[in-house]
Design a protein around this ligand. Structure first.
Ligand SMILES: [Ca+2]
Length: 514
């Protein structure tokens, strides 16, 4: 299988590693985001002015922490003005939510992050606006030029089925004698991308933020640009993918390294279609398959085979794709909840995530085992800094995190989950094979462990994880030496022994740092 990330930048990175004593490379403005992405919900993260609500200055003050986690980029969940707490319903795409700060604060954050070699991605929900966006308010008048910016149909004047049901709800919402289309919620009407004015405006907004210096976007709901129920055609995903191809081509004429990370909570076939016009599509399969396996057992080999199928499908669609694996995100129960707070399993989940190819995403708080289960607000509760840190937010009281150990205390404990994350992110960033090497399944008679190669140049690195509670043995080629081992994991006479939930990483190179 081809080296997943060998691109022109590979040579530059390799040279950099040679002279950097194994330290992670710094992202520069001329590079595309590559590496660990740290996902931040600004409202919950860090509060600089004591009003209890997280803000951009708070994020700036926590950049040292984010840098210590080895992040090469932060993904800020929506920062635009919005009537909701989450911000996915935007009322002004060219400004910052005043609760979070100003455009000047944002520029300061960009500068401070870039000085650390950390890129900044902002979350932009283009599929829909808020019902309170001035465009939508104007569009409520049938003769408004903004009418065609949304999907309005007059009662009795359409062949579309306005009673169509998607996800057990009706996306066509009645307003007066007309209906508008809103797939997610009646507060978030979908924009009409058949209208060239909408496309041009979206492009203009993207360029506005890129001109300020953002490194790319996390794009919400990429599969819904032409969604089911909206057009009631069969080729919706293809049409949505065509839109992203158009947008990325337009953006890249001016900003060739803008990184586009799409969200598509969809099966592989649809994600593979959408990645045509995007660098990455968040890989829901990783958490969806990994967490149940860690909870109740399963075949690591099957998991690795699944990953190969994902990479193959992506590559056929976009040879330059970058995978974006993650364990859980702001729309899902947190990892710690899924694994019922079993720290050894949470640690293994982290080690697996951080040895996979691509740009792994860490959702804030995951690294300290924050707990959260639906409703959504409980997945987005205040980051626990502890130690009377005045930056801790109070936007909501968490129902589940009464006993979660905060950052300050976990930093003092080398057995903490945070210590596992710090160790693994440093390992990943210091090892070219883990950072940007290829990926190939390692075939073994024992199908319980996850076993795969991460090869880079002359280095052949064999990564072994045991998702079961029982010790596993696996035959390995000769000439490999351990570069990382959890307690009790070892390689002896061509047989690797992995204690329950253990990890062993072997390499054909004795010295990984020149
Ligand atoms: Ca604040």
């Amino acid at each position: 299988m081809r080296k997943v990330f060998q691109r022109l930048t590979g040579l530059f990175l390799a040279c950099f590693f040679l002279f950097s004593m194994g330290h992670a490379e710094m992202k520069t403005d001329s590079q595309k985001v590559e590496g660990i992405i740290y996902q931040v919900f600004v409202r919950a993260f860090a509060d600089s002015d004591g009003d209890g609500v997280g803000d951009l200055q708070g994020v700036i003050q926590k950049l040292d922490y984010i840098e210590s986690l080895g992040a090469k980029a932060i993904w800020l969940m929506p920062i635009h003005p919005s009537p909701s707490y989450h911000g996915y319903d935007v009322t002004d795409y060219r400004d910052v939510n005043p609760e979070y700060g100003s455009l000047a604060d944002f520029s300061q954050l960009l500068e401070a992050a870039h000085a650390r070699g950390i890129g900044v991605l902002i979350d932009i929900p283009f599929n829909h606006t808020s019902v309170k966006h001035p465009w939508f308010i104007a569009s409520q008048q049938a003769d408004s030029p903004y009418r065609s910016w949304y999907h309005w149909v007059e009662e009795g004047q359409t062949q579309l089925d306005l009673n169509i049901s998607v996800w057990n709800q009706k996306p066509w919402k009645k307003y007066g004698n007309a209906y508008y289309y809103a797939i997610f919620w009646d507060g978030m009407p979908d924009l009409n991308f058949n209208n060239p004015a909408v496309r041009e405006e979206v492009l203009s907004i993207a360029k506005f933020w890129l001109s300020l210096g953002v490194d790319g976007f996390r794009l919400d709901a990429t599969s819904h640009i032409y969604g089911e129920g909206e057009t009631q055609r069969l080729q919706d995903t293809e049409a949505s993918a065509d839109f992203w191809v158009w947008l990325s081509e337009q953006i890249r004429q001016e900003y060739p390294n803008a990184y586009l990370l799409g969200e598509a909570w969809e099966p592989l076939s649809k994600r593979a279609e959408l990645i045509r016009g995007l660098d990455s599509v968040v890989n829901f399969d990783v958490g969806d398959r990994l967490l149940p396996m860690l909870k109740s057992g399963g075949s690591g080999a099957a998991f690795v085979t699944m990953l190969e199928a994902v990479y193959e499908a992506y590559e056929a669609s976009n040879p330059d794709y970058i995978d974006a694996p993650f364990l859980s995100n702001h729309d899902q129960n947190r990892v710690a909840a899924s694994l019922v707070l079993k720290q050894d399993k949470m640690a293994l989940a982290a080690r697996i995530l951080l040895t996979l190819p691509g740009n792994p995403i860490i959702y804030y708080g995951e690294e300290i085992g924050m707990v959260g289960a639906k409703p959504d607000e409980e997945l987005r509760t205040p980051m626990l800094w502890g130690g009377d840190d005045p930056l801790e937010t109070r936007w909501r009281e968490s129902r589940y995190n009464k006993k979660t150990i905060p950052v300050t205390q976990q930093l003092k404990d080398n057995q903490s989950l945070l210590s596992v994350y710090l160790e693994m992110t440093a390992l990943r960033n210091g090892q070219p094979a883990l950072f940007s090497g290829g990926f190939e399944k390692y075939d073994s008679e024992n199908s319980i462990p996850l076993a795969f190669w991460r090869n880079h140049g002359k280095e052949q690195m064999l990564v072994l994880h045991n998702p079961s509670a029982n010790s596993q043995q696996i035959a390995v080629p000769e000439g490999l030496h351990p570069i990382f081992a959890t307690v009790g994991a070892e390689n002896s006479d061509g047989t690797a022994t992995l204690p329950g939930l253990g990890t062993l990483i072997l390499s054909n190179q004795r010295e990984n740092t020149p």
